[in-house]
Write a protein that binds this ligand. Sequence first.
Ligand SMILES: [Ca+2]
Ligand SMILES: [Ca+2]
Length: 101
Amino acid sequence: MHYILACMVIGTVFGAGLAIATEQTPNPAASPATKPQRHLAKFDEQFKAADMDNDGGLTMAEARTAGMERIVNNFERLDINKNGKVTREEIRVLLRSRLSS
Ligand SMILES: [Ca+2]
Ligand SMILES: [Ca+2]
């Protein structure tokens, strides 16, 4: 009885481990992207997740809900065209000017 139970447990654990191993995505660090590019890619993901109405811009409320404090704190400066939304392009302009300075 104990033997059968042990076999079932081992089978379950091994099967689950195999499933996890095959579902793993390739290591992003292995990509040839440079550090700033990776930073931007990560930022894009955060931005997409924060942009709840998918209009391509973050309002102050969206940034605050997503916990993006850096955007909330610099909202006025980031919103270059003063339309009440910070777009990825507006943030990139600021990021680039910071990276090159
Ligand atoms: Ca939005
Ligand atoms: Ca704007």
